[in-house]
Each structure stands twice: as structure tokens, then as C-alpha cells.
Design a protein around this ligand. Structure first.
Ligand SMILES: O=C(O)C(=O)C[C@]1(C(=O)O)C=C[C@@H](O)C=C1
Length: 311
């Protein structure tokens, strides 16, 4: 089994991958970008990729949402949650944040430390890096003019980097959610605490279009835990919705909701049903009786019996 992930070593994405059973002993190949990681899986160079999908402060990771929604088909088979805390690392000679002129990091990390940075290094210029680890390693390159980086404590510990400040994030307790993606294949068995992710193109721009989509979930008691609209890239006003829901396609209410969505939006993309990580707010006993598998089966039998009697 070959895993790939948004590298280099020491990214939060690698920490997420290390939560996957067997990944610590398996071959782990760092990728230079989310797209690069997903393409390796599509092309067969890797079996699975770990990529960030959303952060509790900054929201969705567009590179991931767009690539899994529009490129060659992929399937999410697991998710992982990583608590996020940032260190400020600096090159030799810098003793105070006020001396920093350039700071390299990932755009999501920069956004999560914005207030701290404005207060403590107001004139520092942000240099975008492909990951927090790549930003930190650029300090070690003698030819670079990077003074500082915002990175994970792991990368700070594992490299000869000077930590000037710990915990510079604006929101303590931030969490990033990552997904493990494979080529389409078998779906993980339902556990009773699952998520299903779908991509729904808005079929036509008309009043109530989004409501018709949401109704399919609401009418079957399917809870949504994330919904984002992303541009398709084909002109203003062209959007798809990226949606996470609680439940598994093996459950009747989810299968029925997806069938209803398919009638509305035939290019709907199923991205997977997989076990929820961490203390997910998934509460199967709160399901109303009419949304249970049993109620769906009885209703289908009832309709079949009427049709049978009439033929
Ligand atoms: O740069 C990293 O270390 C990553 O794993 C990427 C990433 C992200 O894309 O959100 C992951 C977690 C943090 O929120 C900041 C950056």
C-alpha cells in the first residue's frame, strides 16, 4: 500500500495520515500540492491520498473541494481530525517578531494567525507556501530571503529551526478535517456513525433550485454538516454544491435522498460513505420512525402489493 499526502514531511496532513491504521509502517510519498496528491491516486502511482478538506476557522480547502468535484472520479473512504496549533519559527539573528520582514506559510495557516501577526509583526510580508512545512524549510535555504515561517510544532521539532513563539493561532481549539481518498471501489461498511459526501451541480438557475436540493435531505431526515457552493469555472453564475451529510448510502433514507437528487441533478457525484471521525454529532436514535430502514421497506412493500393486486 502506497500513501501520498500534501507534503513535505511534517505537515498537518502527514499527522492526519499517521492516524490511519498501518500508515506509519507503509510507504508514504509526499506530494507538492493537493492536486498532485490526487493525480497520483488517479494515475495509480499511489493507492490513497490524505488531503485537507475543511478547517474550523478558515472553512473549506478550495483546492481539495474543486479537484475531487471535477477531476477524474475519486472516493473518500475515511476522515481524520487534527487539532491545529502554530509555532513561529525564525532564522538566526531574529530575536523579536517586530524584526521579521517576510514570513512564509500556507494561506490557511496565515489566515488562522492573522490577528496575532497584525499585532506582533505588522510590517511582515506574507510569502505563500505550498504547505506550512514547505514554508518552514525555506528558512533553511541560505539563498531564500524568508525570515520566518508559521508551521506545525512537529516540523519545528524535527528540523534545526528556532522557535520564537508557540501557539500563535487566533482561535485556540481549531481543528482541520482531512479525508483519505482512493480510486472508486467498495464502500466501507456502515457503522451507524457515518458521513456521506456528494457534489451537486445546480441544474439550472431558477428560483427555488437550491431549496429543491435541500428538500431531498430534509424530507428523509438527513442532517447536513457542511454545504459550500463552488464555481464550476464555466462562467459567472455556474456553481456546484459540495455537501457532507450524516448517514450512509446503505441506509434507506440516504439512498432515497440521493435517488431524489439524481432526478433533479443527473450529474450528481457520489464521493463516498465513510465512518465519521471523532465525537461527531451523529445521533441515530433521534431518527423519526418514518425515516428508518424499516419504514422505507414497509412502504415499498405496500406500494408493491397495490401494484401487484392491480396487474
Ligand atoms: O500546510 C500544512 O501543514 C497542511 O497540512 C495544510 C493545511 C490546510 O490546507 O489547511 C492544513 C492544516 C492547517 O489548517 C493549515 C494548512
Amino acid at each position: 500500500m502506497i500513501f501520498t499526502y500534501l507534503g513535505p514531511a511534517g505537515t498537518f496532513t502527514e499527522s492526519a495520515l499517521l492516524q490511519v491504521p498501518g500508515a506509519a509502517e507503509a510507504e508514504r510519498v509526499p506530494a507538492t500540492s493537493v492536486n498532485n496528491a490526487l493525480d497520483r491516486v488517479r494515475e495509480g502511482a499511489a493507492d490513497a491520498a490524505m488531503v485537507p478538506i475543511e478547517n474550523s476557522v478558515e472553512g473549506g480547502v478550495s483546492a481539495t473541494l474543486d479537484s475531487i468535484a471535477t477531476g477524474g472520479s475519486l472516493q473518500i473512504v475515511a476522515e481524520a481530525l487534527v487539532p491545529i496549533t502554530f509555532d513561529l519559527v525564525v532564522r538566526d539573528g531574529i530575536e523579536e517578531p517586530g524584526q521579521i520582514r517576510t514570513v512564509a506559510t500556507h494561506g490557511h495557516a496565515w489566515a488562522q494567525c492573522r490577528s496575532w501577526s497584525e499585532a506582533n509583526m505588522p510590517t511582515a510580508e506574507f510569502i505563500p507556501a505550498s504547505s506550512t512545512a514547505a514554508g518552514a524549510l525555506s528558512i533553511l535555504d541560505e539563498k531564500s530571503d524568508v525570515d520566518a515561517a508559521i508551521c506545525s510544532p512537529l516540523v519545528a521539532q524535527e528540523n534545526p529551526l528556532k522557535v520564537l513563539r508557540h501557539g500563535i493561532e487566533d482561535n485556540a481549539g481549531a481543528v482541520t478535517r482531512f479525508v483519505l481518498v482512493r480510486r472508486p471501489g467498495s464502500i466501507p461498511e456502515p457503522t451507524g456513525r457515518d458521513k456521506t459526501t456528494v457534489v451537486i451541480p445546480l441544474p439550472e438557475d431558477r428560483p427555488g433550485g437550491l431549496m429543491e436540493i435541500l428538500e431531498q435531505f430534509a424530507a428523509r431526515g438527513v442532517n447536513l454538516s457542511r454545504i459550500e457552493s463552488r464555481p464550476t469555472g464555466q462562467g459567472l453564475g455556474n456553481y456546484f454544491f459540495s455537501v457532507d451529510t450524516h448517514g450512509h448510502i446503505g441506509e434507506a433514507r440516504m439512498a432515497d435522498a440521493l435517488a431524489g437528487l439524481h432526478r433533479i441533478s443527473p450529474n450528481l457525484r457520489f464521493l463516498g460513505s465513510y465512518p465519521a471521525a471523532g465525537p461527531a454529532q451523529i445521533d441515530p436514535p433521534s431518527l423519526k420512525r418514518h425515516n428508518t430502514d424499516e419504514a422505507f421497506a414497509q412502504a415499498a412493500e405496500w406500494v408493491a402489493s397495490i401494484r401487484g393486486a392491480g396487474s
